[in-house]
Write a protein that binds this ligand. Structure first.
Ligand code: PMP
Length: 393
């Protein structure tokens, strides 16, 4: 049987990690993989996470199963962080296996409700969105998103394309810090998106993987909150991997907002059912870290302060890179780097130029020219800027 398996095409970003590791050149720079790294190149365990783990170790008396949906403390605390309030009469939620697990579960829920569901995704999007949908056999269509000229959002194209989604279809939106481009909608544009979905009855699925990495914890959730209070049905897949720095603990949540309590209960039951089919009980350690932090004033304040440091470090690097490129190019054509938000920016370089960066300067980024801003520090920014100009970007 196993010999009948077909080789799967490897994940491009994971391949890039291997290639980087094998490169023996001094001063090589990894701007590929999507994890936060501090100026020393370390992905640290946050202070509040360490403190919460210690507290859990001291006080936890059992490791018996949680509920199928995960612990209510966790779900309520995280849903409140996302939504700013807890709309209990509308809210169904389950703890998930990271943000990825929440997305997968959201798509399965949509298909359970509507076997003919189609998914509309941004072009480009996080490649795993496409891969999961292809694996599930879910039909999807890409909507225009990135404007290669301005490196901002092609909003007219986006509006025209998402208007094609019909009742019961899913429109997958990045809540903030779009991956891979870094280009985001303004709140006014989000209002226009809401109006389009309101008219068509298509359901938004918001992927919120970077809350706190763009403009701040509340600011990054504003679009999600606007959508949540404006539309009758909303799905939200949120991840704690980045903002709590607990990537390997696999911590996330799927939230479904329903129009009435009957639909809420149906959604809650179906989401717990899907947990049961896929892995039974969701992982608890990361969830417990998050709920311990969010429900303790001192831990929460310390965590929020450290997250702000992370965010401001990335903003500082964006400013520095845009300024260096302004000087070197004698133009403002790289100012989009300052306007982008989150961990990534898409440079808009060709595959050949990305290859040149790797060959000539040992700078690694994803083939579509997505660079991870957090892979830089104050010393490597000038090196990158010089290499970008030398590669003719
Ligand atoms: N959505 C997007 C846009 C992401 O970039 C990521 C992480 N790379 C995820 C979801 C999933 O995150 P997690 O590690 O929590 O599964």
């Amino acid at each position: 049987m196993l010999t009948d398996l077909k080789a799967q095409s490897p994940d491009k970003i994971l391949m890039l990690i291997e290639e980087f590791k094998a490169d023996t050149r001094q001063g090589k720079i990894d701007l590929g993989v999507g994890v936060y790294k501090d100026p020393q190149g370390v992905t640290p365990v946050m202070r509040a996470v360490k403190a919460a783990e210690q507290r859990i170790w001291e006080t936890q008396t059992t490791k018996a199963y949680t509920g199928l949906a995960g612990e209510a403390d966790y779900r309520n605390a995280l849903a409140t962080m996302v939504l700013g309030e807890l709309p209990a009469d509308r809210l169904a939620s389950v703890a998930s296996v990271g943000g990825t697990g929440a997305i997968r579960q959201a798509l399965e829920l949509a298909r359970l409700a509507n076997p003919g569901v189609r998914v509309f995704v941004s072009n480009p999007t996080w490649p795993n969105h496409l891969s999961i949908m292809a694996f599930m056999g879910l039909p999807y269509t890409e909507y225009r998103y990135f404007d290669a000229e301005t490196r901002g959002v092609d909003f007219e194209g986006m509006k025209a394309d998402i208007a094609q989604a019909g009742k019961g279809d899913i429109v997958l939106l990045h809540g903030c810090c779009h991956n891979p481009t870094g280009a985001n909608l303004t709140l006014d544009q989000w209002s226009e998106v809401v109006a389009i979905l309101e008219k068509s009855g298509a359901v938004p699925l918001i992927d919120l993987a970077y809350q706190g990495f763009g403009d701040g914890l509340d600011a990054d959730a504003e679009a999600t909150r606007l959508v949540a209070r404006s539309l009758p049905e909303v799905l939200i897949a949120a991840s704690c991997s980045k903002n709590f720095g607990i990537y390997r603990e696999r911590t996330g949540i799927l939230i479904a907002l329903a129009d009435n309590t009957k639909a809420r209960d149906l959604a809650q039951g179906s989401m717990a059912f899907l947990n049961r089919q896929n892995f039974s009980f969701p992982p608890d350690h990361g969830a417990r870290i998050v709920s311990t932090i969010l429900t303790d004033d001192a831990l929460r304040a310390d965590w929020a302060a450290e997250l702000e440091e992370v965010r401001n470090t990335m903003l500082g690097l964006r400013d520095q890179l845009a300024a260096e490129l302004r000087d070197l190019s004698g133009s403002d054509r790289f100012d989009f780097i300052r306007n982008h938000r989150g961990m990534f920016s898409r440079l808009g370089a060709t595959a050949e130029q990305v290859q040149r960066l790797k060959t000539d300067a040992a700078i690694y980024m994803v083939g579509d020219s997505r660079l991870n801003i957090a892979g830089l520090n104050r010393d490597t920014v000038p090196v990158l800027a010089r290499a970008i100009i030398d590669a003719g970007i």
